[in-house]
Design a protein around this ligand. Structure first.
Ligand SMILES: Cc1cc2nc3c(=O)[nH]c(=O)nc-3n(C[C@H](O)[C@H](O)[C@H](O)COP(=O)(O)OP(=O)(O)OC[C@H]3O[C@@H](n4cnc5c(N)ncnc54)[C@H](O)[C@@H]3O)c2cc1C
Ligand SMILES: NC(=O)c1ccc[n+]([C@@H]2O[C@H](COP(=O)([O-])OP(=O)(O)OC[C@H]3O[C@@H](n4cnc5c(N)ncnc54)[C@H](OP(=O)(O)O)[C@@H]3O)[C@@H](O)[C@H]2O)c1
Length: 247
């Protein structure tokens, strides 16, 4: 059983009404990029815990998390009010199999996420080992409006560091914005617009795909990919698709 340890808030960045990030100083064990841990607060005498993906890469400290405040959400709304030097519980050991250890080798890696579901992708993208395994890495961030399109400074630094090996595309569903694909990921795959936007083909023989965030996006995208012959990765039967559902 993973142990609870006490972490200290280093920073709380409020991006918008519903989005914020916490930087936490805590003596956690080593984790693998893409994994999640649990965070908890004691609220009215009860420890309220939920899983959260690491946004920071394994060698970055303090560790960082990116949150959406769910409507009436108990823990996310309580964490929103944390201030530097406040305490938070964090599990010492990380969990989960949404890591590159579970992804077979291929030429190209596609990372498709909605909202805060990009968090594990930034951890993966900021890990040098990822770039030793794949020639191109594509990050697709699907959001409702451009104000949810955060962490663009990481996108910019990855573009500078890896040039044409890193391809980024925003998919925005409730605003028409130049440079972004309008609508949802599954429709943009079906129409070919997503591949065109990053100038790369989603091909059966050279693509691995990771999906994270909204479970409806995950389901609808898997359906579209399956129709094109892609299959889910299983330990005994490697395929192309690896998923993480946030709720
Ligand atoms: C592996 C994993 C990693 C995650 N990583 C992140 C992350 O990095 N950032 C982030 O913001 N969130 C992440 N989540 C979601 C997170 O664990 C919480 O569900 C979220 O913060 C809401 O918690 P809450 O206590 O505020 O709301 P709750 O009181 O738990 O729920 C409030 C409302 O939100 C919706 N909701 C929340 N959770 C669920 C659920 N599990 N099933 C159905 N509806 C739900 C429902 O409408 C619910 O009534 C992750 C979840 C998983 C499983
Ligand atoms: N983010 C979290 O971690 C989290 C955690 C718990 C609960 N929630 C709940 O999720 C809602 C808001 O979350 P969010 O702001 O992260 O946005 P979201 O609703 O997940 O939307 C993000 C993007 O995903 C798209 N999307 C939604 N359903 C899709 C589908 N079936 N196929 C493809 N794309 C799809 C949305 O398009 P459209 O605009 O067309 O819908 C939008 O562009 C709230 O109701 C909240 O309670 C979120």
């Amino acid at each position: 059983m993973a142990q609870w340890i006490e972490g200290t808030i280093v920073d709380n960045v409020r991006w918008s009404e519903n989005l914020f990030s916490l930087k936490i100083d805590a003596d956690i064990d080593t984790f693998v990029a893409g994994q999640f841990t649990s965070l908890a607060l004691d609220i009215n005498g009860e420890r309220i815990a939920r899983p959260y993906s690491y946004l920071s890469s394994p060698d970055q400290r303090p560790v960082e998390f990116y949150f959406y405040t769910a409507t009436d959400g108990i823990l996310s709304n309580a964490m929103l009010n944390l201030k530097p030097n406040d305490s938070i519980w964090i599990k010492q050991q990380a969990n989960g199999f949404f890591t590159l250890d579970e992804v077979p080798d291929s030429k190209n890696l596609w990372l498709l996420g909605t909202g805060t579901g990009v968090a594990p992708f930034f951890s993966i993208l900021n890990t040098e080992k990822s770039w030793q395994r794949f020639e191109h890495i594509v990050l697709i961030h699907a959001v409702r409006t451009t104000q949810d399109l955060l962490y663009q400074e990481i996108v910019k630094s990855l573009k500078q560091k890896y040039a044409e090996r890193f391809r980024f595309q925003a998919v925005v569903s409730r605003e028409h914005i130049s440079e972004s694909v309008y609508g949802r990921i599954p429709a943009a795959i079906e129409s070919g617009e997503l591949e065109k936007s990053v100038d790369l083909k989603l091909a059966l023989d050279d693509s691995q795909i990771m999906l994270c965030g909204n479970p409806e996006m995950v389901k609808d995208t898997v359906d579209v990919l399956k129709a094109r012959g892609f299959t889910k990765n299983r330990r005994r039967t490697p395929g192309h698709i690896t998923v993480e559902n946030y709720w």
